[in-house]
Design a binder for this molecule. Sequence first.
Ligand code: FES
Length: 147
Amino acid sequence: MYPGLPQRDYIDPAVFAQEQARIFRRLWIFAGLRTLLAEPDSFLTRTIGGVPVLVQNLEGCIKAFRNQCPHRQAPLQTEAYGSRKLVCGYYGWSFDAEGRVRGIPGEDRLYHYPTADRERLCLDEFAVECIGNLVFVNLDPTPLPIE
Ligand code: FES
C-alpha cells in the first residue's frame, strides 16, 4: 500500500509556504488565455505562489509584472481581466512597457526624486511565455526554459 503524505501536510501552513516558494514561484504556471490579451492595454491578474501578478498587452507585447505599485504598494489593476492603461488608481503613477515610471502627477512639486532614485522606481518584471493561446508566467529570476 502507498503510504501517501501525512495528513498534516495537507493543512500545515509551513508546508503550504514551502510549496509556494519551491514550486509555484519557480516553475512556469499557467496564467490565462492569450485571447484575453489581444488588444493593447488588455490585461489579466492572478495570484501565483502568493504573489499578485499582472499580465498586460503593452504596445503589442505581452508583459508580466508584480501587480503592486512601487509608490505605496497599491494594486495597479484591480479586476481579474479587462482593458485599462498601466496607471495606478491611487495617486496616478503611470508606467511604460518596460515597467519604468512614466509619469508622476505633481512630481516637480511633491517628490524631487534624484535621477538615480527615480530610475529605480520600476515594477518587478517576471518572465512570460505564450504557447498558442496559453500564457505562462515564471516568477523565478532565472527561470528554467519553458521547454
Ligand atoms: S500607490 Fe500607486 S500611485 Fe501611489
